[in-house]
Ligand binder design. Structure first.
Ligand SMILES: [Zn+2]
Length: 291
């Protein structure tokens, strides 16, 4: 569906209001963008509360982040570099949202990834949320810290900073931010009540199948979660955390996102179909058994 520049700018303002009213940012924090084509993006301005933007403040920039049209006093967010990294590495992504939702950000500050498989909706629609290494805002440190996670995740916590989510359109990206915060809240409450109980691997596998049936866009790490399950054991009753311990990091690629520089540990297969993935995982599992 064709949307005029004005309509896109208006949508960015509406999402800004939601993010601000939800308490996902304070003062002038946060930034988000939409990709129009390879060399055209709309980005929120710096130094403005995202809850009070008007369409004229939204900046139109090129693939280097330079203004394509002069825009009065409004300058694009200096964090746009971080967005560009996502667009470059994930051609399926057309919108990126960065905010500081308080509970998810607290997990990012405590260094606790959102990697426990605790509820069906989060597994189906969000996956898991790893933590990227700390970097100085507005430098290339943050974009680089994202690299290891971009092929398997649609939301990433930024250590001691906040969260980043992305998707095939602005609403999808925003909903993933909302889901990340909701998931963090549930995990926080569950821990106050004595700790979460994870959904067993065999059940997680069924949820991942459902996700496929629903045609949920984006990436999901769970296919690689438990090599046993994905090699054919539908009755696997281990928790994903136990599976990770049993099979170790190399085969349990879902957890690679939660280790420093995981890409060095586990070269995540990209663009591979499930069958070749299963074959590969089975081979690795057998290797483990034969050790
Ligand atoms: Zn930030």
């Amino acid at each position: 569906m064709f949307k005029s520049d004005y309509e896109i700018k208006k949508e960015l303002c509406e999402v800004g209001k939601k993010i601000y009213n939800d308490g996902f940012v304070a003062a002038n924090d946060g930034n988000f963008s939409v990709q129009i084509d390879e060399n055209t993006y709309f980005v929120t301005p710096t130094g403005v509360s995202k809850g009070f933007m008007t369409p004229d403040m939204i900046c139109k920039v090129d693939g280097q982040g330079n203004l394509k049209e002069s825009n009065g006093p409004w300058k694009p967010s200096s964090e746009f570099k971080m967005h560009l990294k996502v667009y470059q590495k994930r051609p399926d992504v057309k919108a990126v949202v960065h905010a500081h939702p308080p509970i998810a950000t607290s997990f990012a500050i405590a260094g606790i990834p959102l990697d426990k498989l605790i509820m069906p909706e989060a597994i189906i629609f969000l996956g898991a949320v790893p933590i990227a290494q700390y970097g100085t805002p507005s430098t290339m440190e943050i974009p680089e810290s994202l690299e290891p996670y971009l092929q398997d995740y649609d939301a990433i916590l930024l250590a001691n900073h906040g969260a980043l989510s992305f998707g095939c359109d602005l609403n999808t990206a925003f909903f993933r931010m909302e889901s990340t915060e909701f998931y963090a809240k549930l995990l926080f409450y569950a821990r106050m009540l004595g700790g979460e109980k994870e959904i067993p691997c065999g059940e997680v596998k069924k949820l991942v199948e459902l996700r496929k049936q629903f045609g949920v866009p984006g990436k999901h790490p769970m296919e690689k979660l438990c090599p046993g399950c994905y090699a054919g054991d539908d009755t696997c009753a281990m928790s994903p955390t136990e599976a990770n311990e049993k099979y170790g990091m190399e085969t349990s690629a879902a957890y690679h996102g939660f280790q420093p520089l995981p890409s060095q540990v586990c070269p995540a297969p990209q663009n591979k179909d499930l069958e070749s993935l299963v074959a590969e995982v089975t081979k690795k599992v057998l290797e483990q058994y034969n050790k």
